[in-house]
Design a protein around this ligand. Structure first.
Ligand SMILES: [Zn+2]
Ligand SMILES: [Zn+2]
Length: 282
């Protein structure tokens, strides 16, 4: 099973790989800059080399990057929109330099301008990034749109919304999708039993094609389905429950995808979520 966790980059990007390996992961997710700010200092060549060396040493595959939360490609405000485009481009460059396979971002919030206009805005932004980025770079680091819990005016709680974005993108084949279990559950998808999971997968298949799905975020949910509240819980300790995760990680259509935990870190070096998931795997 390809299993990763979102780990800290405290002390340097290269430290993250050891952290993931120590808790028994063979994949990971990281931020490549402060996720709550716009600025980032340049990555040095030495840092990049250290990262790549550690990746080899700890055998971490794939490397997944999560973009900063401030980025809002759906914003109707010109300044924030442009800033967001530059920021995502910058994250893409950094991810590519590190050799990361995927860069995940949240589609964004229309903040009152309406769903349709927000979707159009995101597609326009992605088209700008496509036009301004070396095509090879987008092949080595693929940008993934993550489904959202649907809080406020956030876009992407339904896969039809992600489809609508990609329908307006000039090279949709360059982009993929990340499925977050907590977000899907909080938005509307019941995941508790097998038929509910099949319904979700059928929706992704019909809207996008399952081949678009590249990464799965495994998070339990503190709140009930339909709550639109995005709060991750440890696996089996939330409203989704252990059984649903066993179904997910063993499903023939999902089992070979990278599963990434975004649950809170435990105080010691033992990660109960990692242990539990390995136990649930057939
Ligand atoms: Zn996310
Ligand atoms: Zn997520």
């Amino acid at each position: 099973m390809i299993l990763g966790k979102h780990v800290s980059i405290a002390g340097g990007l290269d430290k993250s790989l050891k952290r993931a390996a120590e808790i028994g992961c063979n994949s990971l997710q990281i931020f490549v800059k402060n996720p709550r700010g716009w600025k980032a200092r340049d990555l040095s060549e030495a840092e990049v080399e250290r990262f790549k060396a550690n990746r080899e040493k700890y055998n971490i595959n794939p490397v997944v990057v999560h973009a900063a939360y401030l980025i809002n490609l759906a914003s109707p405000k010109e300044e924030l929109w442009e800033k967001s485009i530059s920021a995502l481009k910058m994250e893409l460059m950094r991810s590519a330099r590190l050799g990361a396979e995927y860069l995940i971002f949240h589609p964004g919030s229309h903040t009152g301008s309406g769903l349709e206009s927000g979707i159009k805005r995101i597609a326009e932004a992605l088209n700008i990034i496509l036009a301004e980025t070396d095509a090879q770079l987008l092949d080595s680091t693929q940008i993934l749109l993550e489904n959202t819990a649907g809080a406020g005016s956030s876009i992407g709680q339904d896969f039809s919304e992600i489809k609508a974005i990609l329908d307006q993108v000039e090279a949709p084949e360059k982009f993929g999708v990340c499925l977050d279990s907590c977000h899907a559950f909080a938005a509307k998808y019941e995941l508790k039993d097998k038929s509910a999971l099949e319904k979700l997968l059928l929706d992704i298949e019909n809207q996008l094609g399952l081949s678009k799905l590249k990464v799965i975020h495994l998070n339990d949910s503190k709140y009930i389905s339909g709550s639109k509240k995005d709060e991750h819980a440890h696996i089996g300790e939330g409203e989704i429950g252990k059984k649903a995760f066993a179904e997910m990680i063993n499903h023939p259509k999902l089992k070979d995808l990278p599963f990434i935990l975004e649950t809170p870190c435990f105080d010691d070096q033992v990660d109960r979520d990692v242990i539990l998931l390995k136990h649930l795997r057939n």
